[in-house]
Design a protein around this ligand. Structure first.
Ligand SMILES: C[S@@+](CC[C@H](N)C(=O)[O-])C[C@H]1O[C@@H](n2cnc3c(N)ncnc32)[C@H](O)[C@@H]1O
Length: 410
């Protein structure tokens, strides 16, 4: 039987390196793990050239057709995001295959019928919702299971929401392209980013943090149970460290983030859950004080290192704040550093576009920012970790996620 995680296509994988089973030490890094092909969703290597996808046998009409389909899918993605945000998919899924008119759907969801009907136009012509002869609409059960609340496609619907969010900074990013334009775009322009990221990450953390991620770091569960200090670096709204703090009351957790808004959310969640073993601070990772030296047995940087202005400087700081035996877990998008090696990687264009409209661009906005971007890739990330003075103990792919996990030590 298929599980939810199998249905969410992981973008990734390390050639020759697989996710370690819970409790076992993941395989040591080897050159194929960094340089090998990115694998497809089914876990097998995707052929480097897909039939009909350019490279030789593609004609002009075929290419034109592909671009037309791409544009159509792009607009449909915007309506997918609308269906998620308005709760229309959740509502259609609740009807369990019983057809409804647009008026009935609008009344049930408290939305305007005219808007619901236009959205249904996009859904019907996009082959997502069906319309019958009586002008009633239905989301077939297998699609409802994917698009409904907590459905198999939750991560993908959240990902679709990145499209309208990033469109808001389109003009700012266009200005940055100009030679005499700004270097990057400030976080103030991304009012929804941290919440989007938290939704996206929390789906994975809730499924995998305790059952698979923690056991993938040798001895970490025992250490957390007996009581250690943990830093969540670039924590956003703090989903990962809050979950850890709930599960491991003897350990102490600190989350830091450059931006105040996600820290406010994190603090509110801590207050609501009445946790006393976790605190959140607004702090630039480049400015972690000397008084924190040798303080943490475990540091986590989940999707945050590439957003920082100077990742190698931050890695050097992590080295100084780790205890002698402390470990540093870095999660980053599972890509290669060389663009052409990512051609067959699922979601590669999505991530390069996300990087262009957010990750690279916020990093470049900072003073002297290096703008690594979320696709800086395994080869360059390993290089940066070594340059920062750390040993990379392993590189492996967590189950059902877009990321690769680098475990490091001094
Ligand atoms: C892509 S988000 C990841 C958030 C969270 N770790 C997660 O997995 O959902 C990257 C985070 O790094 C934070 N960040 C960027 N530069 C930073 C810096 N110099 N110091 C601390 N946090 C930083 C951003 O504000 C953002 O919350």
């Amino acid at each position: 039987m298929e599980t939810k995680t199998q249905l969410v296509p992981p973008k990734m994988a390390t050639g020759g390196v697989t996710a370690a089973p819970p409790g076992s030490a993941p395989p040591a890094i080897s050159s194929p793990s960094v340089n090998g092909p990115v694998m497809g969703p089914a876990g097998g290597a995707v052929p480097m050239i897909m039939p009909g996808m350019g490279e030789g046998n593609e004609t002009l009409p075929m290419f034109g057709n592909r671009i037309a389909q791409t544009i159509n899918s792009g607009f449909l993605t915007l309506s997918l995001a609308a269906g998620y945000r308005t709760g229309l998919f959740a509502a259609l899924a609740r009807y369990e295959g019983e057809p409804r008119t647009s008026q009935e759907i609008a009344d049930d969801t408290g939305l305007k019928e005219r808007y619901v009907r236009e959205w249904l136009g996009a859904m019907v012509t996009g082959d997502i919702v069906e319309q019958d002869e009586d002008d009633k609409f239905v989301l077939p059960p297998h699609r409802a299971a994917f698009l409904g609340e907590n459905g198999f496609g939750s991560e993908l619907l959240i990902l679709a929401s990145a499209l309208p969010m990033q469109s808001k900074v389109f003009n700012n990013v266009m200005d940055c392209f100009e030679k005499d334009g700004p270097n990057g775009v400030a976080y103030d322009h991304y009012t929804e980013f941290h919440h989007f990221m938290s939704l996206m990450s929390n789906v994975w953390w809730e499924k995998h943090l305790i059952p698979t991620f923690v056991p993938s770091v040798p001895d970490l569960r025992d250490q957390l149970e007996s009581g250690i200090s943990v830093l969540d670096l670039g924590c956003g709204e703090g989903g990962a460290s809050i979950l850890l703090a709930e599960h491991f009351p003897k350990s102490k957790f600190v989350g830091i983030d450059l931006i105040e808004d996600p820290i406010k959310h994190a603090r509110a969640a801590v207050a609501e859950k009445k946790l006393s073993n976790i605190q959140f601070e607004v702090m630039d990772a480049h400015k972690i004080p000397e008084s924190w030296n040798s303080s943490f047995q475990f540091v986590l940087a989940s999707d945050s290192l590439h957003d920082m202005a100077h990742p190698v400087q931050v890695i050097q700081i992590v080295k100084r704040i780790l205890t002698p035996e402390g470990r540093f877990s870095v999660l980053e998008v599972n890509a290669h550093s060389q663009i052409r090696q990512n051609k067959t990687m699922p979601y590669a264009s999505t991530f390069y576009t996300n990087s262009l409209f957010h990750c690279m661009t916020v990093s470049l906005h900072a003073e002297g920012g290096e703008g690594k971007g979320n696709m800086w890739g395994r080869e360059d990330t390993v290089e940066a970790l070594k340059e920062g003075g750390l040993k990379v103990l392993f590189v492996h792919t967590p189950e059902g996620w877009f990321n690769v996990h680098y475990l490091c030590q001094k």
